[in-house]
Design a protein around this ligand. Structure first.
Ligand code: ADP
Ligand code: MG
Length: 397
């Protein structure tokens, strides 16, 4: 059933509660990657043009202590204001009279942002556990709810599901609509060959997606730390590379089920220890010494992966090919970016760290879509429901 979208709702002079995903990485009070803010602009801008009174809600990280200044959304409100070219009124509260008065004072086209919703987690995890009173309270502040936060759509929190369940009218924003369309098209009716690229540190993070992808993808390329558990399952030596011992049986089972669909590295960049300054060398998988760890795929592997990717018509990528935070171990991840850029496939980057890498290495505009939600995109690819989406009204309701 199609979800109601912001276009389907009359916003004029309405108090519109909008859940956005401004959970951006910050360092010393500065935003280090503003992709999520930039991606939210079209929906906010549209609501402004429609004459809505906009009240933005977002979380930022996890809040464990009172008055934790590193968790305030104030710098995000300031940056949003610059990007919109108009004032954004920031209220340093998540409920109460001050906030309610500010909302009453809103004029059509005004934008107000409330403090990080996770400050409510200091009250018995009210936000993250979707406390019904909190959802009801927030819903009471507005007339309409728009959910445009894809990054939290896989969680049922008070600021998405709680509000949606307690308000007269709800819809999704342009970003959420776009995210679901890209991922949905890729897995539901992919142009083939459909190649999935998985990487990152842990097999356990991506277990369910591997199983699902085996059903729908033509090839699954596995790099990153998780590849070594698969190589070990095939009986190869992996030195001191990342290994999830308790996942060996699972890896074995998947490889058997895959009937050749899974492609693994044949060489690696081996490091003398786990460190940015480690001594690194390229070597074939069978050359690894006991103390060495594979921290990136090697050049031969990059070549094999690239060839596979250039044949693809749909690519979904989740997880870097190595420790791409460190210069010595990012060539494999860059090779995947480059292959995606040179392919004529629909290319979707789904994970948090892989998305950050693609942007950092300059490939933002060279792929079809970079998702703003790592966990949510994985959950969607796994074929599991997204409560933040499901709780929104259907078209015609
Ligand atoms: P994403 O956020 O894109 O889904 P993950 O969070 O699953 O990706 O994994 C990213 C992390 O995996 C990065 O911090 C990266 O350093 C780490 N990683 C990648 N390859 C290796 C490796 N060979 N050994 C150890 N860590 C790795
Ligand atoms: Mg990650």
């Amino acid at each position: 059933m199609a979800k109601k979208t912001i276009i389907d709702i009359n916003l004029k002079d309405k108090k519109v509660l909008m859940r956005v995903d401004f959970n951006v990485p910050m360092k010393d009070g500065l935003i280090t990657d503003e992709n999520r803010i930039v991606q939210a602009i079209p929906t906010i801008q549209y609501a402004i043009e429609q004459g809505a009174k906009i009240i933005l809600l977002s979380h930022l990280g996890r809040v464990a202590e009172e008055k934790d200044l590193s968790k305030t959304l104030a710098p995000v409100a300031a940056r949003l204001s610059e990007l919109l070219g108009q004032g954004v009124n920031f209220v340093n509260e998540t409920k109460g009279e001050l906030l309610e008065n500010e909302i009453l004072n809103l004029k059509s086209g005004n934008v107000l942002m409330i403090e990080n919703t996770r400050f409510e987690d200091l009250n018995g995890k009210s936000e993250s556990k979707n406390n019904p009173e909190l959802g009801k309270y927030w819903a009471s502040l507005g007339d309409v709810f728009i959910n445009d936060a894809f990054g939290t759509a896989h969680r049922a929190h008070a600021s998405n599901v709680g509000i949606a369940s307690n308000i007269a009218e709800s819809g999704i924003g342009f970003l959420l609509e776009k995210e679901v369309k890209f991922l949905g098209d890729a897995v539901d009716e992919p142009k083939r060959p459909f190649v999935a690229v998985l990487g990152g540190a842990k097999v356990s993070d991506k277990i369910d997606v591997i199983e699902r992808l085996l059903e729908v993808a033509d090839k699954i390329i596995i790099g990153g730390g998780m590849a070594y558990t698969f190589l070990k399952a095939l009986g190869e030596e992996i030195g001191s590379s990342l290994l999830e011992e308790e996942k060996l049986d699972y890896a074995h089972e998947m490889l058997a089920k895959a009937e050749g669909k899974i492609i693994l590295p044949v060489d690696s960049v081996y490091a003398s220890h786990f460190g940015e300054d480690a001594i690194a060398r390229v070597g074939k998988s069978d050359s690894v010494k006991p103390e060495e760890l594979g921290l990136d795929i090697g050049p031969k592997t990059s070549e094999i992966f690239t060839n596979e990717l250039l044949k693809a018509k749909t690519v979904v990528w989740n997880g870097p090919m190595g420790v791409s935070e460190w210069e010595q171990f990012r060539a494999g991840t860059i090779a995947v970016c480059e292959a995606l850029a040179n392919s004529d496939a629909l290319t979707i980057v789904g994970g948090g760290d892989s998305a950050a890498a693609a942007i950092q290495f300059g490939y933002e505009d060279k792929v079809s879509h970079i998702s703003t939600g790592g966990g949510a995109s994985l959950q969607y690819l796994e074929g599991k429901p997204l409560p933040g989406l499901d709780s929104i009204q259907n078209k015609g309701e």
